[in-house]
Design a protein around this ligand. Structure first.
Ligand code: ATP
Length: 608
């Protein structure tokens, strides 16, 4: 053990026993405070992690997760009590910790050499258990744990068994620890705020404990945003209308697309190494080699922390796909295949750190300037890592509504509206970010039949054929075809390849006079071919002309996430779904699904 400062584990176990017995939070804080004061700063981090039932900060994702079977084997080896007997005893006792305690109490094996366990012994052994890999991993874990149990006193065995099976459950949470630390090393709980602010930018509570134990208030200054340690993300409030948002944080606002993907905090080192953290601070670097590569490219040799949202896109058309598609990427195996099938684009909306400088306290507007400089002026932006699409709006609610509709139509959930003067409030749901979501969410259960009126050339795999078709509904009153979506999904490879030939006979040099479109297609067709199309829902649209002005001035209707279901050879263009039907379907949607924002606003708690 050498010169290392240490602490007897039995003293820690006794505090756990007291904590277990109390129901008062203040009493709990008091026990912890005493424990922390009596622990040498050198091992305080370890005591803190253990008290939280772990051996590292949560974001490191270290799993102890020792199974019951394995634990019984280790106990049997340490105590000489047969595994059989332990297995029979377990249901009777009902708790793995108590079982371990009982077995140490009643051990039949002789230990010749029993050493007092210390915090370092326990912690370091558990670390080895978590790191054991390979063929021999199980045996190794059993031996390591058996070693610990043969040195354990019964009470120690109780807590060791619970920690390794991830069932410590003392009910001590990070905030309780912060309270106890403030009591022990600052001037009382009134100063927890200061710790919490640091915790929000550096959620390694063990390290924080160690630093304030050694240096008190002065230590706080040392705690800084650090590459590799996630900042707790800022979250958004919600309001129900553009007007309310304008009233709250207007007149000058940033209206940003609200992408429906995965929140990513991307840390990039000078040498191009990258770590990615999720909204819940899990390390999700592994499944996203593409984000890694392109983020490193975007950072251009700078040290930077980006905050953004990654979405899955259709590889051919570039359209944004629903969140569920992206979830195919969250896997350990087959990462390469998943990457090819579900390519991503990351939209960066914030920068938290740049070349040693913390930027959280700078106004959003200034942070955005830095972001634009890095990504646009220095040419860091690439096809996979882009600046969020946004508009600066000054007091004009209509403008905000129009941009909202545009955002929804582009496959997003709506907008996050931000106050350009605001700081980045890590770990906080602040009023300077307000989300405005699609109010009505519903599935289109019935497919519609739409007419192909134009097409857009494909890229990548779809070079040489079309990436998406421009689809329209029919208005018998006006004898016009009005666009309602761009469809790029649902085709088999053969169907895709055959499109230019199939549609060739209908190709014309300009928009057909009966087609009403705000979009400029690459190729125009005589409205003739009818396809069956299934979408997710119908939304207001500033682009598409179907139902223009019927629901809202200056807006039409669009079908979101349309998928090709097959050709309707049996239908001519006049038999296609009518404009009127689409309008009715939209209204129907409003009726069947009550205002979802209303439901949401009553359940707007933090989901993490
Ligand atoms: P929350 O994250 O606020 O608890 P949630 O997880 O249910 O709630 P939403 O309510 O849909 O998510 O909205 C917030 C999330 O939207 C952010 O955490 C982020 O992942 C995502 N997002 C997408 N685009 C943006 C953007 N431009 N600015 C901020 N967040 C964005």
């Amino acid at each position: 053990m050498g010169e290392r400062e240490d602490k007897l584990f039995i003293e820690v176990a006794k505090v756990y026993e007291r904590i277990e017995a109390t129901t008062g939070r203040l009493e709990m804080i008091d026990y912890l405070k005493k424990l922390f004061l009596e622990t040498p700063p050198d091992v305080l981090d370890k005591v803190v992690y253990l008290t939280l039932g772990s051996i590292a900060p949560a974001y490191e994702g270290i799993e102890l997760g020792v199974g019951e079977k394995l634990l019984l084997k280790a106990l049997s080896m340490a105590t000489g009590i047969s595994q059989d007997k332990l297995e029979k005893k377990y249901p009777e006792i009902g708790d793995i910790g108590k079982l371990a305690e009982w077995s140490v109490e009643n051990k039949v094996a002789q230990s010749f050499f029993q050493e007092d366990l210390t915090v370092n012994n326990v912690f370091d052994t558990l670390l080895k258990v978590s790191q054991a890999t390979g063929d021999k991993a199980q045996d190794m874990k059993i031996r390591l744990l058996a070693g610990l149990f043969s040195d354990s006193k019964p009470l120690e065995a109780r807590y060791i068994a619970r920690i390794v099976t991830e069932r410590l459950r003392l009910g001590v949470r990070d905030m309780t620890i912060l309270d106890a630390l403030a009591e022990a090393f600052l001037k009382g709980r009134a100063f927890r705020d200061q710790l919490e602010r640091k915790y929000n930018i550096f959620p390694d509570i063990g390290k924080i404990a160690k630093i304030v134990a050694a240096k008190g208030f002065e230590g706080l200054d040392e705690i800084k945003i650090t590459l590799g340690i996630p900042v707790r993300p800022m979250l958004a409030q919600r309001l129900r209308s553009a007007q309310e948002i304008m009233d709250k944080i207007g007149p000058r606002i940033f209206a940003e697309f609200k992408y429906d993907g995965e929140r990513m905090q991307i840390h990039v080192w000078k040498d191009g190494s990258v770590k990615i953290f999720s909204r819940r601070l899990e390390n999700i670097t592994e499944p996203y080699p593409d984000v890694r590569e392109f983020a490193a490219r975007a950072a251009k040799g700078h040290e930077v922390i980006f905050d953004g949202e990654t979405v899955a896109v259709n590889p051919d058309t570039g359209e944004i796909l629903p969140f569920q598609e992206l979830m195919h990427r969250r896997r350990k195996y087959g990462v390469e295949e998943a990457m090819a099938s579900y390519p991503t684009v990351t939209y960066v909306f914030d920068i938290l750190y740049l070349d040693g400088r913390e930027m959280l306290d700078d106004p959003l507007e200034d942070r955005r300037t830095h972001l634009l400089k890095l990504l646009r002026e220095e040419g860091g932006e690439n096809e996979k890592v882009r600046v969020v699409e946004y508009e600066v709006i000054e007091g004009n609610v209509n403008e905000l509504e129009r941009f909202f509709e545009y955002a929804v139509e582009r496959g997003t959930e709506g907008l996050v509206v931000k106050d350009p003067r605001s700081q980045y409030q890590a770990g906080t749901r602040g009023w300077s970010w307000i989300k405005l979501k699609r109010s009505y969410i519903s599935k289109m259960i019935e497919p519609v039949d739409l007419v192909v009126v134009g097409a857009f050339w494909g890229k990548g795999k779809r070079a040489g054929t079309y990436g998406a078709l421009l689809m329209a509904a029919y208005s018998p009153e006006e004898d016009a075809f009005k666009t309602v979506c761009k469809m790029g999904s649902g085709f088999t490879d053969e169907e895709l390849a055959s499109l230019p030939e199939l549609l060739g006979p209908y190709k014309i040099e300009h928009r057909h006079p009966s087609v009403v479109s705000n979009l400029e297609a690459d190729v125009w067709f005589v409205p003739q071919k009818v396809a069956q199309v299934l979408g997710d829902e119908i939304t207001l649209s500033p682009t598409h002309t179907c139902g223009w002005g019927r629901i809202k001035e200056d807006a039409g209707l669009a079908i979101r996430f349309p998928r090709f279901m097959g050709w309707r050879e049996d239908k001519g263009p006049q038999d296609a779904t009518s404009e009127e039907e689409i309008v009715e379907m939209y209204k129907e949607q409003l009726k069947t699904v009550s205002d979802v924002t209303e439901v949401e606003s009553s359940t707007s708690g933090d989901k993490s």
